[in-house]
Ligand binder design. Structure first.
Ligand SMILES: Nc1ncnc2c1ncn2[C@@H]1O[C@H](COP(=O)(O)OP(=O)(O)OP(=O)(O)O)[C@@H](O)[C@H]1O
Ligand SMILES: [Mg+2]
Length: 359
């Protein structure tokens, strides 16, 4: 079989929307292509701070697969929140298969043979978001819902005989071989991050981190420690957090996403389709205005966002809102100028950002 898409191409597609996470996009790219080629089984666990791009990456895979007709056959993707797995109402994980089946029915249309429907289910891709919410223990105490959910997932991840109830048209039970379904789980594991960070800073097991001084383009000085979770994290940290060894061992690779730095944040602000800045341009276009931004203003916004480490790229939205909200309310009052073609131009410059963020 020739591959419908190469890992490099898949990766390039993902990088159109997910920036600054090259390791993650590469690993996911390879895992998806292997899956497509029928050599599945490389389940992936994504760990990364809030706003580092976990959900964005999952969405990007879905979009690429759905967007290319030659990959449609492999686009049976479901994205679910891990909490759902702990709901008995949803049948402890059974809902994953039910959703894959419903997708297959929709894609193949009425009258599709059962065999073909089941093949689509068995070739599905399952994204489990917020997987850190299904801890088996919190501190010293057991977390029953988490235990149930992790077990439900375990059953799904490697079982060759999971039962699924379908209506065809009469209700019946079929056996699904779920061992070829690709699972990608992601979570922020905030408390684990804090624990590992403390260990790194106190230097109980490695050389202590030393802060470095960084200076912004406008001369503001800040002290930073360059802590990367993956340099310090061990498997035991995941176990202590409440993920069971059986569960963790079902993932072939564990990828730790990077904390996004200023340069990546500046790119994320401007470049991706549907970026914050592009959307804003769309808004001002409705008033006949061309929204522009100076390089300096862009850097200031990224610098300001990078200060709010725990928000990741989400901080960009917050900073941008402060900068642009008055102009959004009344574009004419924001002193637009006339461009060469006579169109109104609204330029966000450093002074405007400074006024908004008080830097
Ligand atoms: N690496 C990235 N590349 C492009 N955009 C990003 C990236 N990371 C985050 N973003 C942007 O920031 C927003 C939040 O990101 P996302 O939802 O992917 O975070 P998350 O890692 O899933 O965080 P959480 O743990 O809080 O769910 C998204 O709307 C996206 O536009
Ligand atoms: Mg998320």
């Amino acid at each position: 079989m020739t591959l419908p898409i190469l890992p490099g191409e898949m990766c390039d597609e993902l990088r159109k929307t997910v920036l600054g996470q090259d390791e993650a996009t590469r690993e996911i790219g390879v895992a998806i292509v292997k899956h497509v080629a029928g050599q599945g089984g490389d389940n992936i666990l994504l760990i990364g701070n809030s706003g580092s791009g976990k959900t964005t990456l999952m969405r990007a895979v879905e979009q690429v697969l759905r967007g290319r007709p030659d990959l449609a056959r492999y686009s049976n993707v479901v994205r679910i929140n891990a909490n759902v797995l702990a709901e008995s109402r949803e049948g402890y994980g059974r809902s994953v298969l039910t959703r894959l089946y419903a997708n297959a029915q929709k894609a193949l249309g009425p009258g599709a043979p059962l065999e073909e429907l089941l093949r689509w289910v068995e070739g599905g891709i399952v994204f489990i978001d917020e997987v850190d919410k299904i801890r088996a223990s919190v501190g010293e105490s057991a977390h029953v819902k988490g235990i149930v959910a992790q077990e439900a997932l375990l059953t799904l991840m490697e079982n060759e005989n999971v039962e699924l109830e379908i209506d065809l048209p009469e209700r019946r039970t079929v056996a699904i071989n779920s061992s070829q379904i690709l699972f990608v789980a992601g979570g922020a594991f905030e408390e684990m991050y804090d624990t590992v960070y403390r260990r790194a800073v106190l230097g109980t097991d490695v050389a202590p981190l030393r802060p470095v001084v960084v200076v912004s383009s406008t001369g503001v000085v800040r002290e930073e420690t360059t802590f990367h979770l993956r340099d310090y994290m061990k498997y035991e940290d995941l176990f202590r957090y409440g993920m069971t060894p059986q569960f963790v061992s079902r993932f072939e690779s564990i990828i730790v996403l990077r904390d996004l730095g200023e340069e990546e944040l500046a790119k994320i602000f401007i470049e991706p389709e549907g970026s914050i800045f592009r959307r804003s341009r769309g808004w001002f276009a409705k008033f006949g205005l061309d929204l522009q931004i100076t390089r300096g203003a862009m850097k200031m916004i990224a610098w300001e966002a990078a200060r709010q480490k725990r928000l990741g790229a989400r901080a960009l939205k917050e900073v941008w809102r402060r900068v642009i909200r008055d102009a959004e309310f009344d574009p004419a009052a924001a002193n637009p100028t006339r461009g060469a073609d006579g169109r109104g131009v609204l330029t966000v410059d450093e002074a405007m950002v400074k006024r908004a963020v008080g830097g």
